[in-house]
Design a protein around this ligand. Sequence first.
Ligand SMILES: Nc1ncnc2c1ncn2[C@@H]1O[C@H](COP(=O)(O)OP(=O)(O)OP(=O)(O)O)[C@@H](O)[C@H]1O
Ligand SMILES: [Mg+2]
Length: 385
Amino acid sequence: MGSFLSCCGPKESDEGYLDRNIAGGNTSWRIFTYKELHTATNGFSEDNMLGEGGFGSVYWGKTSDGLQIAVKKLKAMTSKAEMEFAVEVEVLGRVRHKNLLGLRGYCAGSDHRLIVYDYIPNLSLLSHLHGQFASELRLNWQRRMRIAIGSAEGLLYLHHEVAPHIIHRDIKASNVLLDSDFEPLVADFGFAKLIPEGVSHLTTRVKGTLGYLAPEYAMWGKVSESCDVYSFGILLLEIVTGRKPMEKLPGGVKRTITQWAEPLILGGRYKNLVDPKLRGNFDENQVKQAISVAVLCVQSDPDKRPKMKEVVSLLKGCEPKEKAIPTRIQSVKYEEELLELDQPSEDDVGGNPDDSGVFKSLEVQKMQDSYNHKHHGDWRLNRNV
Ligand SMILES: Nc1ncnc2c1ncn2[C@@H]1O[C@H](COP(=O)(O)OP(=O)(O)OP(=O)(O)O)[C@@H](O)[C@H]1O
Ligand SMILES: [Mg+2]
């Protein structure tokens, strides 16, 4: 951890604040003491728990100066978890954008790793689409579109505006938080990858969440910005339809959202795709446009997917030329082995109210490597060979 911050990170000032020069200007975050965070979260009490993910639990807290914070506490001090912690802090230190969740600070003691963020009052998009707020219908059509566009803008920034470029690798509804105005903030950079200038893709161990994973990444670990574009396409379908990226049918068969949507798209039955919770209150042209963008994003061939710049302008309706939109989605059929890995763990039982169930983050070895590339478990800037 220390090495990340000492080699390329900020300097600690007298006050214990870290002054950083980052893309959007200067900002500062600070090192918290464990005691401070323990007090702020009422001893990490169950009552303060906001949710639980692969990394650990997230707690609401209030600092002595009245700031509301969300504290992510590492579950176990394994080397893998430590790496995610280091990546998250390192990446967060590089980004500053209105649609990306920034860092408030961290605590890295001998036996604790905690990350501190601003508390985001409307929690995650997942909680509104499928979780504790799903029945409250707070996400009307306009909000949904703002969430889609804002998330896309956050990704555009990561892919095109920071150097080196950043691939998020875990775009999904639980990693999009909603502020008090329901503006989205993309969160969770623990799986992120930095892409050096001039490198088109890397080959890595697969991390991410089944249902959102691009096929070339799920099967062969081939990672590029297009993987995020694919995941964004799935997220967009989820926002419009209110359905989960993958659902379990009676009999245990799993169906992806693209398999469900394809016949409706082919038949031009766009209205039938929209979340019934909206009770018909949506703009039909925008639905068509959003679905068309999603279809472009989830194409099997990564080279055919649009860049996030194009996605943003298409969603905003300011793309000048009429784009040829494919009407067929080649539904991704995940390999059996991958689906088998997607089983609830013991940790999931009775667990997280903000968790939609079995489709949690997973780390899987590659299934087969048709590209015959080397694989790297390391997050660092590995050139593809
Ligand atoms: N800054 C925050 N403000 C408010 N709620 C938050 C904040 N960060 C996280 N949460 C809540 O905590 C939940 C758990 O977050 P966490 O990122 O640990 O898990 P996850 O996103 O469900 O899964 P994964 O580990 O795969 O990312 C989120 O879904 C969200 O509801
Ligand atoms: Mg998360």
